[in-house]
Design a protein around this ligand. Sequence first.
Ligand SMILES: C[S@@+](CC[C@H](N)C(=O)[O-])C[C@H]1O[C@@H](n2cnc3c(N)ncnc32)[C@H](O)[C@@H]1O
Length: 333
Amino acid sequence: MTTAGAGAGARVEPVSEATAGPSLDREVFRRLARLVHRESGIRLTEAKRSLIVSRLSRRLRALGLSDFAEYCALVEAEAGAEERGRMISALTTNVTRFFREEHHFRQLCDEILPPLIAHARAGGRVRLWSAGCSTGEEPYSLAITLVERFPDAAAHDVRILASDIDPCVIETARRGRYPASSAAALPAELRRRYLMPCKDAPDQVELERTLRALISFRELNLLSRWPFRGRFDVIMCRNVVIYFDAPTQEMLWPRFAEALAPGGHLFIGHSERLTSSAASLFRNTGVTAYRRAGPEAPESRCAGVGQGDTPKPARPSPGDVPPSRSGRTTQWA
Ligand SMILES: C[S@@+](CC[C@H](N)C(=O)[O-])C[C@H]1O[C@@H](n2cnc3c(N)ncnc32)[C@H](O)[C@@H]1O
């Protein structure tokens, strides 16, 4: 799904700098690219310059600025934090869809969920994370896959975290409303069970309430500190690191390994690859699917409770994720 101001690169017409208004000279482009990289890990290349001009011109117009040098000074300034966030929102690519790269959901359903469900039924804690979730289709696809296998998941200590750097997409995801056309690719049976027509907007559908109850939506920059106490059984970080440069990707793989429970699973996007330095941290289990390498046998999660957990009541334990910019705090982890 493409959100206003942060649409799919492929769908945005390159705008000639001559007709698009303000021009972006090489030096200012470099300064902006440095700043965007520092803030988000996203690498802006010269090849994307006209796309960047197009997207940021809207910000200049909104602010009544006439050139990029002024805009650059604003976002570089200490007081420019809010606009830096808007700039990152404008530059992120948020393309996503329900059950994108469907083979991952099949692997999840057939191989990964059964032992995790047994673990949850025995009182254990199960956590999934959609990192870079965009407008939410990915975490809702995770929730549908889970609930199809485990209808009473919400009555156990099972939660999905859905996070993104961009607060606009998180708001869309939290709302859980989509154009009916975006759900058309789903099998009719799943649509009937999980996507309700909106009473006030016949061309929209809304995700079923039990799915929403499983997911916590958070604004989170992958480059910042990750404020989680517990570890994850499954992490999906797909079609996100492709926008980062190699050193940023290198830095992220060990962090994902560390955030996974031993034997936990990592899914990445179809055009992403683990770098060789991460090879010892994961083993390959499928197409762009990996498992954290380590001594713990996965099946031990079936045998009641592992990793020092104590059986918990069927309720999430208190979370330690700080409030988002909106001030909401979600019980998590
Ligand atoms: C192309 S979408 C991928 C959505 C989904 N994972 C999928 O594969 O369909 C990439 C998402 O990564 C997010 N993103 C980019 N840089 C990020 C960062 N530093 N931290 C967290 N999210 C980031 C963007 O805002 C965008 O929503």
